[in-house]
Design a protein around this ligand. Structure first.
Ligand SMILES: [Mn+2]
Length: 475
């Protein structure tokens, strides 16, 4: 599976080591700010450290002309991009006289693997699906493993990255499954079947429910009192005999079943997400109360580091720097609070002009009410929840500090086959200016704020047309 890709990876990694050998300067690494980008970057950094190769890292929200100008002025001979830059391959090959390695799984615009001094390391070129079967962290993992087999001990980080990009759906497929097998073989990860809620390992029972954004449980998420009431009404004791607050891991099988039923009832009443019960991936060496214990929580921890403006902290967490964990935990708490605030803002504004709901699509205009780095996550959560029918496109927008509007497009499950949200992004950018791109099922753009009215009109027309064509095709 993906054996051509792995074969190519070996070639590229030896090209990389050759380029490194020729340069007397540190290696320049540029990574994306989300969990997949942070794990990719960390894997590459650690692989280089292990060979005593020096490096300089930046983690960024996106590649743009300012970043490219800055990189051009730098002295470094070798640049590695992780989880971004696919859309800039031509610019990089034309304007840079450096050895550049682009490890990315965004859909390639150029079929070539080598463009001048630029190497494109992208699974799509080998018929490996970069939306479901491998993320940038997985690519970085196999790249690191080609450099040295000892890097196999970072398989769990590659899984954390894949989870961050929503490539885990009650298990892994394709090359991600190969990575999971590596992790199981290395005895670093174990799998348990249990409730797939945030904080299962670490938090008091009612806190797990209070902090649950996926699923979002109305009246429970974001409300401590609501969560306590929910637990009590489900007939489950909140405290043990010694008056300690109980955790999910302390529940008996029967109690767990009661809780699942209570949540399933909520699910029937409207707002519920993916499977409540399923596999949870746990790091064997982490303590039960560690936020790195559960790979899905680990991924959220990294996301919160990036989205709250502290990506380097996330790299510290991945590389096992224990001094970073307290601060990272604080950030996670803030992040979850903002996420809940964002969901509450959405529910409060549903049915107003700020949430435009049409047949087949929804447009959320959050303005300055939701942070631009969080708006995409909100769209993802809504796409995974049952708020809207299958196949509904969710477009969410929020202002950035630099005068743009961050646009995120997602689609709920179901008719996602054959969907390509980048078509809509292209319409928006063509009309409003700015830039955009992404994956078929998760795309985004950045449009100037003064073009907001124009963009909304274009969005309504483009989405309307797209949804119309799809339903015709489906008949
Ligand atoms: Mn990614």
């Amino acid at each position: 599976m993906g054996s051509d890709f792995l074969e190519y990876m070996k070639e590229v990694s030896s090209d990389f080591l050759e380029a490194v050998g020729k340069s007397s300067k540190p290696i320049r690494i540029i990574g994306n700010i989300d969990a997949d980008g942070i794990t990719s970057t960390s894997i590459i950094c650690k692989a280089l450290s292990r060979r005593d190769i020096r490096y300089v890292v930046s983690v960024v929200k996106q590649v743009n002309s300012e970043l490219l100008d800055a990189l051009k002025r730098e002295e470094y001979d070798v640049i590695v991009f992780a989880d971004l830059a696919t859309a800039y391959l031509e610019t990089l090959s034309k304007e840079f006289d450096k050895d550049i390695f682009v490890l990315d799984h965004h859909y390639p615009e150029i079929e070539e693997k080598i463009i001048g001094k630029v190497r494109q390391i992208n699974p799509h070129l080998f018929n490996v699906d970069g939306t479901k079967e491998i993320s940038a962290a997985g690519i970085s993992y196999f790249f690191a493993k080609s450099i040295d087999e000892c890097n196999k001990d970072m398989a769990h980080l590659a899984l954390v990255g894949a989870i961050g990009d929503m490539q885990e759906d009650c298990g892994f497929v394709g090359m991600n499954q190969v990575i999971l097998d590596d992790a199981l073989e290395g005895d670093s990860v174990e799998i348990k079947d249990t409730l797939r809620l945030f904080g299962v390992q670490t938090k008091p029972l009612h806190k797990v429910l209070e902090y649950s954004t996926n699923p979002f449980i109305p009246g429970v998420t974001g409300s401590e009192r609501g969560a306590i009431k929910f637990v009590e009404e489900a007939g489950i004791e909140l405290y043990d005999k010694a008056r300690n607050v109980r955790r999910l891991v302390n529940l008996s099988k029967q109690e767990l079943a009661k809780l699942v039923t209570a949540i399933e009832i909520k699910k029937a009443s409207g707002s519920m997400a993916e499977s409540t019960v399923g596999p949870v991936f746990l790091l064997k060496d982490e303590d039960d109360d560690s936020l790195k214990k559960d790979l899905r929580e680990f991924s959220t921890l990294l996301n919160s580091c990036g989205r709250m403006g502290w990506p380097s902290l996330g790299i510290g967490v991945c590389m096992g720097d224990s001094s970073t964990s307290d601060k990272a935990n604080d950030l996670l708490r803030e992040y979850r609070k903002e996420m809940i605030d964002a969901l509450n803002w959405y529910y409060d504004n549903k049915g107003t002009p700020k949430v435009i709901e049409k047949k087949g699509y929804v447009i959320i205009l959050a303005g300055s009410n939701i942070r631009d780095t969080i708006i995409g996550t909100l769209a993802s959560l809504l796409a995974k929840s049952k708020v809207y029918p299958d196949g509904t496109i969710i477009m969410s927008t929020a202002y950035t500090l630099d005068g743009h509007i961050k646009v995120s497009l997602r689609i709920t499950d179901g008719f996602s086959q054959g969907t390509d949200l980048r078509i809509i992004i292209k319409d928006l950018v063509d009309c409003g200016g700015g830039y955009g791109g992404g994956h078929k099922l998760a795309a985004g753009a950045s449009v100037p704020q003064e073009k907001e009215d124009l963009m909304i009109r274009e969005a309504i027309s483009s989405l309307g047309k797209y949804v119309g064509n799809k339903s015709v095709a489906a008949e």
